[in-house]
Design a protein. Structure first.
Length: 266
């Protein structure tokens, strides 16, 4: 049977950090890619969310969706998004880590915390290594891999880490890495460090809103829909090959059309 999909969707894979990321940021291609891998399931601040995510993935309305079942490091909100600095492990984590770790140490003494004893920063670095090792055997040079952009869409530290893992593996393996075009005011300063002088080459695809609604309902039914109830799908998404490094232009630069949106920063 002839494959009438665009070349970028042939031998294609989405790698998404958390269950529902594959839907929120890849609604135009979620139904068409060959396979989907989500990275994280368990989340120590909320022990119920891991089993709920597993239930949702078991009921996913398409085949070839799998999970690496890694545990989140609970990094969200730990980077300094006013002055974001990328790191070999994703993005630099700030003083919020120490504050969160200190609070969990007290709660652990009281028997009220499941947080890992070695701390958020250490777990974040360990997740980088574990994810690299897990994905290395699943990727081949002829693949089209779709994943988070280097600023993490709305600014999730795990998203930035997943992008960094795949960017490093691209250099090692040679697959084509595509990124999505979602962004918020919070992450725009980091996105601007990827401006280039060249006119960007990107492809625009329409979001499959009917399928998106179907998948979102699966997450709602499982009790692990993490996004806003009033979220409205964009009409289209832009995809371009992910840059290999920051450019930090001081003059005129180009990126691609952004799906710019607002969220509650808390």
């Amino acid at each position: 049977m002839a494959d009438n999909r665009p070349p970028m969707l042939q031998n294609s894979l989405i790698v998404a950090a958390h269950p529902d990321d594959e839907l929120l940021w890849f609604g135009a291609i979620l139904k068409q890619v060959d396979q989907v891998i989500v990275v994280f399931e368990d989340f120590w601040p909320d022990p119920k969310i891991g089993p709920a995510r597993a239930k949702a993935l078991d009921n996913f309305p398409r085949d070839n969706v799998s999970s690496l079942r890694m545990a989140e490091a609970a990094t969200y909100g730990c980077a300094n998004w006013d002055n974001p600095q990328v790191s070999p492990f994703g993005i630099e984590l700030g003083w919020q880590c120490q504050l969160r770790d200190a609070k969990q140490s007290v709660l652990r003494i009281l028997g009220r915390s499941n947080a890992p004893k070695d701390g958020i920063r250490t777990n974040y670095r360990q997740n980088f290594d574990a994810l690299s090792e897990s994905l290395r055997g699943k990727l081949t040079p002829d693949m089209n891999v779709f994943s988070h952009n280097p600023w993490g869409e709305y600014g999730h530290e795990d998203h930035v880490q997943v992008h960094r893992v795949l960017s490093d593996l691209r250099e090692e393996i040679g697959f084509t890495l595509w990124m999505t075009n979602y962004c918020t005011e919070r992450t725009l300063p980091l996105a601007k460090t990827y401006f280039d002088t060249a006119e960007p080459q990107y492809q625009v695809l329409s979001v499959d809103k009917q399928f998106a609604d179907q998948v979102a309902q699966v997450y709602r039914d499982a009790g692990c829909w993490t996004w806003a109830d009033d979220w409205k799908w964009f009409n289209s998404e832009c995809y371009m090959q992910a840059p290999k490094s920051q450019t930090r232009l001081k003059g005129q630069g180009h990126l691609f059309p952004l799906n710019l949106f607002n969220i509650d920063p808390t």
